[in-house]
Design a binder for this molecule. Structure first.
Ligand code: ADP
Ligand code: MG
Length: 323
């Protein structure tokens, strides 16, 4: 029997920041708040939701750029927090993070070749010649001539910079890439080039992606499954076709109804949500979506729903309507 264990598993993951409250009240900001989710080897899991719902925090926890305040992240079944020293360093090679803005994440004082070589040097891989060979090979693989190795970040276009950001993440031959809004800062024409490159690299190198975006068209193009986040929690997770054809959670229904174009099979009326997403430092009691939900009833104000299997196929939803 082939193993069906997920590559990555978030189990009740939590990242809570202390914030100074008014008066005597101690407040906390619940950036990620009981997030449970699995990512399978070779798939692209799209993570969507409004700005501030905790997508980047989730990605940074997975990459161990942040430490969780609660819950567990498992990688091939092993608790990531248990890795120390050498084994932690080895895990760091397998899991890489690509930032939205390569301009901010790439050191402007280093030429491209140095930026790509650096992860190899840090991990003491190869000698000078071997490292140069791998840098040139990677430049070619991402569609840039070897002469780009001598350039600096400010001499590159936005698309070229993101190619370098991706290349740098790939230098250590990772298994799992967290892509945090990787095309959100780019022009639409350039976006599709980068998305197609990511798809090619995924199949060439057998990568698994956590693809974070607020743009449902981009996520539709990239993902096998989609998880919808609201205020630090997953409210629905399902295969990409199920999510777009038949969203179950009222929040997903509103997001999908707002997509302008061809991805919706049936014409639905646009669902307008009341108000903005509440602050993560003042999360509503009961179902945290009830303050904006057009279908909220009494129970939603009192009790928090669990993320439970619903509908046909392998999907889950956190909503009293389906419990
Ligand atoms: P997203 O990527 O979905 O826009 P983030 O994960 O960046 O959301 O942020 C989730 C919430 O956590 C937001 O309310 C944000 O202001 C808050 N937050 C993020 N980082 C910190 C931090 N270092 N300290 C305090 N609050 C933070
Ligand atoms: Mg973000």
């Amino acid at each position: 029997m082939p193993s069906v264990e997920p590559l990555v598993q978030f189990d009740n993951l939590q990242k809570i920041y202390p914030v100074s409250g008014f008066g005597r009240k101690k407040a906390s900001l619940r950036a990620v708040d009981g997030l449970t989710l699995s990512i399978h080897e070779g798939e692209t899991l799209g993570l969507v939701g409004e700005s501030g719902c905790g997508k980047s925090t989730t990605g940074q926890l997975a990459a161990r750029l942040l430490d969780p305040t609660g819950g567990i992240i498992r990688y091939r079944g092993a608790d990531l927090a248990q890795f120390r020293g050498k084994s932690a360093k080895a895990m760091r090679r397998k899991i890489q993070y690509v930032f939205q803005d390569p301009y901010a994440s790439l050191n402007p004082r280093h030429a491209v070749a140095e930026l790509l070589e650096e992860p190899l040097r840090i991990h003491r891989i190869g000698d000078k010649r071997e490292r140069k060979r791998r840098v040139d090979e990677m430049l070619e693989r991402i569609g840039l001539e070897a002469s780009y190795g001598k350039r600096y970040v400010h001499e590159l276009s936005g698309g070229q910079r993101q190619r370098i950001g991706i290349a740098r993440a790939l230098m250590l031959k990772p298994e799992f890439l967290i892509l945090d809004e990787p095309v959100s800062a780019l022009d639409v024409s350039v976006q599709s080039q980068i998305l197609n490159l990511l798809k090619e690299l995924q199949s060439d190198f057998g990568l698994t992606y956590l693809f974070i975006s607020h743009d449902l068209n981009v996520v539709h193009y990239m993902s096998d499954r989609i998880a919808v986040m609201y205020l630090g929690k997953v409210v629905e997770v399902a295969g990409v076709d199920d999510i777009y054809a038949k969203p179950l959670h009222p929040y997903t229904q509103a997001l999908v109804s707002a997509i302008p174009t061809e991805h919706r099979r049936e014409k639905r009326e646009r669902i307008l949500l009341k108000g903005d997403i509440p602050s993560a430092s003042d999360v509503p009691a009961g179902c945290s979506f009830h303050t904006r939900c057009p279908l909220a009833h009494d129970r939603c104000r009192r009790a928090e729903p669990d993320l439970l299997p619903a509908g046909s196929g392998n999907r889950s939803v956190r909503c009293h309507l389906y419990a």
